[in-house]
Design a protein around this ligand. Sequence first.
Ligand code: ZN
Length: 197
Amino acid sequence: MNLIDKLQEAFKIFPGVGKRTAERFTFFTIKSDIENIENLANLLLDIKEKLHPCKLCGNPTTNEICSICSNKSRDHSIILVVENIEDLYHIESTCHFNGIYHILGGHLSPLENINPENLNIKPLIDRIKSNNVNEIILALNPNTSGEVTSSYLYELLKKYNTKITKPSVGLPYGSNINYLDKYTLIQGITERRELKE
Ligand SMILES: [Zn+2]
């Protein structure tokens, strides 16, 4: 395989990049200034080498604790639990949530062999035990695996006497938080309902 073919194949690892886009990226790279490409290559390496999960919430950061967890003006008594980084960024972009987050790193899926020990659950329990947490919002994706994960977390967390809520039923079933429009997302998170037995 020559260099051009190799680069095209490499671009195809990105989601949504098919043969045609990979081709365009490749020819753009060939025509681009070396400074642009150097900058891009360095950034890609930096992202992989310097970012690591926040010790508290799992949000990628260059520090030990991320900017959200270390922000004193946020309400640290409300933890919103999401599956992935994309969900956190999408909710942050609405500017309507002032609590803090916890990233699980996925959802439970016995078929894919994803069990509780594969998710970032223990640090969440540690935070509930050691801080004054008043509310846990389970904002997992409104689909089957999100529901399964929510139920598991509810059973696990209910003994800590913390209010456990979910975004309102306004979130359409089968959807993914990352694809929801901002209005639906804000409504779902603002109008949340408490889970009780
Ligand atoms: Zn954090």
